[in-house]
Design a protein around this ligand. Structure first.
Ligand code: FES
Length: 106
């Protein structure tokens, strides 16, 4: 597991997101209204909508294209729709936000 610094604590306004690229992965870091952070793949499992442009409600984000509801806890799309996005552990370390990534074997 490697940690990748993705930003400073406080740089993301509440109830919004920031897109980062790590390798070939596009990830959005959401700051919830509670002050917690969540990191998920920035691609809706329906037709690839950019979740970073969605509306955050509690611990969910609504895709901006067709309004699918995606959990920011486990990445699962809520019924009646189905699917899942990749989630990433995010930690605070010395005032910096870090995503924990599984290292790829070469
Ligand atoms: S692309 Fe996200 S709901 Fe359709």
């Amino acid at each position: 597991m490697k940690q990748v610094i993705v930003g400073n604590l406080g740089e993301i306004p509440p109830a919004s997101g920031k897109v980062v690229h790590i390798g070939d992965q596009e990830i959005v870091i959401f700051r919830l209204s509670t002050g917690e952070y969540r990191a998920v793949e920035n691609r809706c499992p329906h037709k690839g909508g950019p979740l970073a442009e969605g509306i955050i409600s509690g611990k969910f984000v609504y895709c901006p294209l067709h309004d699918w509801k995606v959990s920011l806890e486990d990445g699962k799309v809520q019924a009646p729709d189905h699917g899942c996005v990749q989630t990433y552990p995010i930690r605070l370390r010395d005032g910096m936000l870090c995503i924990e990534m599984v290292e790829q074997l070469q």
